[in-house]
Design a protein around this ligand. Structure first.
Ligand code: ADP
Ligand code: MG
Length: 241
């Protein structure tokens, strides 16, 4: 069941700043998603994109970095998953063990699992492999899922860095980095982990970084300035610092 109350979005203020920002879409049919992904969107019961989806899907598809502030429950997961999954299928990029094409960092195991489930739902019947790693459980079991190979990796910060330091994971093929719920990761003390991961990522020049946050405190603004290049800044609704 979807928790989206579209009525409450009717008059929501949307602010987009940046150079040459692609126009928002009005319908999923304008999103240029791969057939399989589109079918799964329909099967999920998604009829109309939410405001954050309308604005960010074309921005992400255009290859731009983005900082997006939008409240919980506004549909941020599909906003980043749909263009990323679609891109990987479209480009038919080869997958190598331990070298994910997309890495999504999420503050908690519960949120990571939610993203994982959405990613599985949207990529259903495609060849895409989605993996998840989080702390508090055996490294061995989760390493198995990585040694089988994955296109998309969803991870909590501590365990992700653990795997990177053990060289189970390298970012040499990584095209997409998503920092989801960035403000919450800060509150949980993951600022160093985020910076460390971005240091590993930026050793490779060709990647696209997307940051999502419900609020926009100074430290997040600073991180956006550090991590993002020529980025589009999106706020949906009234966002507190
Ligand atoms: P956020 O990450 O912004 O907190 P989620 O991505 O978790 O929000 O979405 C909240 C809920 O809304 C989820 O149950 C999701 O499946 C549903 N949802 C997202 N986008 C749509 C849409 N376009 N139509 C219907 N339901 C949607
Ligand atoms: Mg979310």
């Amino acid at each position: 069941s979807s928790g989206i109350n579209f009525g409450k979005y009717d008059n929501i203020p949307v602010k987009v700043t940046g150079e040459n920002v692609p126009a928002p879409i009005k319908a999923f049919s304008e999103a240029n998603l791969r057939g399989i992904i589109s079918e799964n969107v329909t099967k999920s019961g998604y009829k109309v994109p939410t405001p954050i989806q309308k604005v960010s899907i074309p921005i992400i598809s255009a290859g731009r970095d983005m900082m997006a502030c939008a409240q919980t429950g506004s549909g941020k997961t599909a906003a980043f998953l749909l263009p990323i999954l679609s891109y990987i299928l479209e480009e038919n990029i080869g997958m190598e063990i331990g070298k994910p094409l997309a890495v999504i960092m999420s503050p908690t195991r519960e949120l990571a699992i939610q993203i994982y489930n959405e990613a599985r739902k949207f990529s259903f019947t495609s060849y895409l492999k989605i993996a998840i790693v989080y702390g508090g459980t055996s490294v061995k079991h989760q390493n198995d899922s990585i040694t089988k190979g994955c296109h998309v990796l969803i991870a909590t910060p501590g365990r992700l860095l653990d795997f990177v330091n053990r060289t189970f994971i390298t970012f040499t093929n990584t095209r997409f980095v998503v920092l989801d719920e960035a403000d919450r990761m800060l509150d949980m003390g993951f600022a160093d982990s985020m910076r460390q991961m971005m240091t590993h990522i930026t050793m490779r020049p060709e990647h696209q970084t997307l940051m999502f946050s419900a609020t926009f405190p100074e430290e997040i603004q600073r991180m956006a300035g550090e991590f993002l290049k020529d980025y589009v800044f999106v706020t949906i609704g009234v966002v507190g610092g």
